[in-house]
Design a protein around this ligand. Structure first.
Ligand SMILES: [Zn+2]
Length: 79
């Protein structure tokens, strides 16, 4: 009967290690990175919303395409 208790104990310990590793692994990815990737930006020329990853950037401004960035810069030469 001692062997069965030992097996149950080993099973419990390995289960705890498995759960602990799963918990520590899931907390590792930084949630800020995924939030930034999903962030929606507004085109400063036409106002369309698009993911930041697909936006064309100019300083603090975002545009839906290089054409709109060019058009905005032509209308606002100071920036
Ligand atoms: Zn646009």
């Amino acid at each position: 009967m001692m062997i069965i208790r030992l097996i149950i104990l080993i099973a419990l310990v390995s289960l705890l290690i498995f759960v602990y590793r799963k918990l520590t692994r899931s907390s590792n990815p930084t949630p800020q990175d995924t939030q930034q990737a999903d962030a929606m930006r507004k085109c400063d020329h036409c106002g369309v919303h698009l993911p930041e990853a697909e936006a064309c950037r100019h300083k603090q401004l975002y545009f839906c395409s290089p054409d709109h960035r060019q058009a905005y810069l032509e209308q606002h030469p100071d920036e």
